[in-house]
Design a protein around this ligand. Structure first.
Ligand code: HEM
Ligand SMILES: *[C@@H]1O[C@H](CO)[C@@H](O)[C@H](O)[C@H]1NC(C)=O
Ligand SMILES: *[C@@H]1O[C@H](CO)[C@@H](O)[C@H](O)[C@H]1NC(C)=O
Ligand SMILES: *[C@@H]1O[C@H](CO)[C@@H](O)[C@H](O)[C@H]1NC(C)=O
Length: 260
């Protein structure tokens, strides 16, 4: 395995940052939705989370916002704080659209599509001209093969990775393969601060209308074992036509706004 100098340096600083306690804060987006997350000042990327209130039994869902410069090849986040055996979220641009997929791998190799999570892209996902934004509801997402997050715990290490310079093989295909990141880093999610008593109203505010043309079910419906999908109602180009819709690799369904 060949390690680039940049990667080794990035890894070195990652450890220092983690030890130094690079930690989440409340950051609100352009729509006034506030996430507990981390804005990387160098990479200009953002990973933010909103957790629902604690219940018995615990909810398995949360809302995520990921932001990266539109020039990047791909960007991803790891809910397990490491690459292997973690629930990974990956997104990249395809024209002005965001293509999203859940991924998983048990090693340091190409992560492939992961079918467990039910992901609903939320309003505001897309490009604003400079950045790519993926805001989504993730159900069945607090545990996965090899790990979990504990919403009642004090903190959780999350990670993110990006290829700033290399586009994915086939941007329109959510199952596309891609090459290794040239940077990654970590932060501590202060779990208690990510819990919002406004979770349901935030979700309603961001959820697609039930009349959305590609919906097979209201976004508020319970997840089923087969991926559900809905379209995001708003994008920076409100005049855009309804989402395009083609199937691809098994487990993936492509619409204008991503993969479900
Ligand atoms: C073809 C795709 C990928 C390849 C070949 C790859 C390969 C690797 C390798 C070799 C390392 C060890 C580097 C080091 O320790 O300096 C690593 C670390 C890491 N990767 Fe990836 N990676 C890929 C995709 C991803 C994706 C999609 C994510 C997140 C969404 C990710 C997240 C991470 C993180 C957080 C680390 C550092 C923590 C750890 O060692 O687990 N990687 N990757
Ligand atoms: C939840 O995700 C796991 C994998 O993490 C999967 O095995 C399981 O079938 C999923 N459950 C539902 C109801 O989709
Ligand atoms: C696009 O969104 C990002 C992240 O919220 C923000 O930093 C950037 O200024 C926005 N760009 C424009 C042109 O509004
Ligand atoms: C991605 O690579 C895997 C092998 O790692 C391969 O099985 C799969 O078919 C590739 N996917 C696409 C969409 O080319």
């Amino acid at each position: 395995m060949k390690f680039s100098r940049a990667l080794v340096v990035a890894g070195f600083y990652s450890l220092i940052n983690l030890v130094a306690g690079q930690s989440s804060t409340q950051i609100c987006d352009a729509n006034g939705i506030c996430f507990e997350g981390y804005q990387d000042p160098t990479l200009d990327t953002f990973v933010g989370i909103i957790l629902p209130p604690l219940t018995t039994p615990p909810s398995t869902e949360y809302i995520v916002q990921l932001v990266a410069p539109i020039s990047y090849g791909w960007t991803g986040a790891s809910m397990g704080g490491q690459m292997a055996d973690s629930l990974l979220f990956v997104f990249w641009p395809s024209g002005d659209d965001v293509v999203f997929s859940s991924r998983w791998t048990d090693g340091y190799v190409q992560p492939l599509l992961y079918a467990g999570p039910t992901v609903t892209m939320l309003s505001g996902s897309g490009s604003n001209g400079t950045h790519l934004i993926a805001t989504f509801r993730c159900q069945n997402c607090t545990s996965w093969d090899g790990g979990s997050i504990d919403p009642s715990g004090s903190s959780q290490v999350l990670a993110y990775a990006t290829s700033t310079d290399t586009p994915v093989d086939d941007p329109t295909n959510p199952a596309s393969n891609f090459t290794e990141h040239n940077d990654f880093n970590f932060f501590g999610l202060v779990t208690a601060n990510a819990i919002s008593s406004d979770y349901q109203s935030i979700l309603s505010k961001l959820s697609p209308p039930s009349s959305a043309p590609t919906s097979s079910a209201p976004s508020s419906s319970a997840p089923s074992s087969s991926p559900s999908h809905t379209s995001a109602p708003s994008s920076p180009s409100p005049s855009s036509t309804s989402p395009s819709h083609t199937t691809s690799a098994s487990g993936a369904e492509q619409t204008k706004y991503g993969q479900w």
